[in-house]
Design a protein around this ligand. Structure first.
Ligand SMILES: O=C(O)CCC(=O)C(=O)O
Length: 271
């Protein structure tokens, strides 16, 4: 990826908050970086309000646990919990707060450091609020997000924002550092392109997993090739997480693919 290790300068001379060079190097090495307090409390509260309104009304596109059928999900819409919403889709269009947040200098500057000066936000992937609800949540096995995406290069950065506390107990993300730089054999995956956890050859990889506990307003930047997974929510409180993905302007989606099926936002001015 294009590296821009120093935070950009704003119109005056005060530096825009961004990653330190060591943090950029950490992202390049590990395929992820955590930033504490990247969303102000007021924005987090607005996002929670939008999320809870979306869950109450059921309006807008949603993904149901029962439709995806990940392990632990209700097996059909007719079962108890069959209408549990796993994520509210098309989050960006649900309220201006989401675009306001990704345009904050501290967010945009960091994306530019990882992706280069011209940052585009595809709306066809992620662009959601994950709503991991107690009782009917499911497990997401080890995967790379890029597996179903089609871009010129497999180099996108996703941004995960915690709206509440995220812990192993309520199904926080886990990552396997450095996997964005490794190559894998097709035999290491199942037919849905999840890493097979029954294979001895995959055990060293899986044993290197690290949990990503977050507090409200904390964010995780992760590469689209970084393996990640998440458990069920075993607490009594729903867990809400906002997720978007970003690319550089010179890494367009392939024509006629799902990746080019929705418009995109150019977050930074052209040159
Ligand atoms: O919260 C989860 O279950 C993980 C979601 C995830 O990994 C994804 O949407 O790519």
């Amino acid at each position: 990826m294009t590296e821009h290790p120093s935070p950009a300068k704003s119109a005056g001379s005060s530096p825009v908050p961004g990653f330190t060079p060591a943090e950029v190097a950490g992202f390049e090495r590990d395929g992820y970086a955590i930033v504490r307090g990247l969303a102000p409390r007021l924005m987090v509260d607005r996002m929670i309000a939008v999320t809870e309104a979306g869950l109450r009304s059921g309006e807008g596109p949603v993904e149901l646990e029962a439709d995806l059928r990940y392990p632990g999900a209700p097996v059909s819409r007719e079962q108890e919990g069959g209408h549990t919403i796993r994520r509210l889709k098309e989050a960006q269009g649900r309220d201006p707060v989401f675009t306001e947040w990704v345009r904050l200098p501290g967010v945009l500057a960091r994306l530019q450091q990882l992706l280069g000066p011209r940052v585009v936000m595809p709306l066809a992937h992620h662009n959601c609020v994950m709503t991991k609800q107690p009782q009917f949540s499911s497990e997401t096995h080890w995967h790379q997000d890029i597996r179903y995406w089609s871009f010129t290069r497999p180099e996108l950065v996703s941004l995960w924002l915690a709206l509440g506390p995220e812990t192993p107990e309520n199904g926080c993300l886990w990552v396997i550092p450095g996997t964005h730089r490794q190559q894998f054999a097709p035999t290491q995956f199942d037919n849905k392109l999840f890493l097979r956890d029954d294979l001895p050859e995959n055990q060293p990889l899986i044993n290197a997993k690290i949990p990503v506990p977050l507090q409200p307003g904390d964010a995780l930047f992760f590469h689209a090739r970084t393996f990640h997974a998440a458990g069920r929510n075993t607490t009594r409180q729903s867990k809400y997480s906002v997720v978007f993905t970003f690319r550089s302007a010179d890494n367009p989606p392939l024509a006629h693919s799902r990746s080019s099926s929705l418009p995109e936002l150019l977050l930074t001015p052209g040159e």
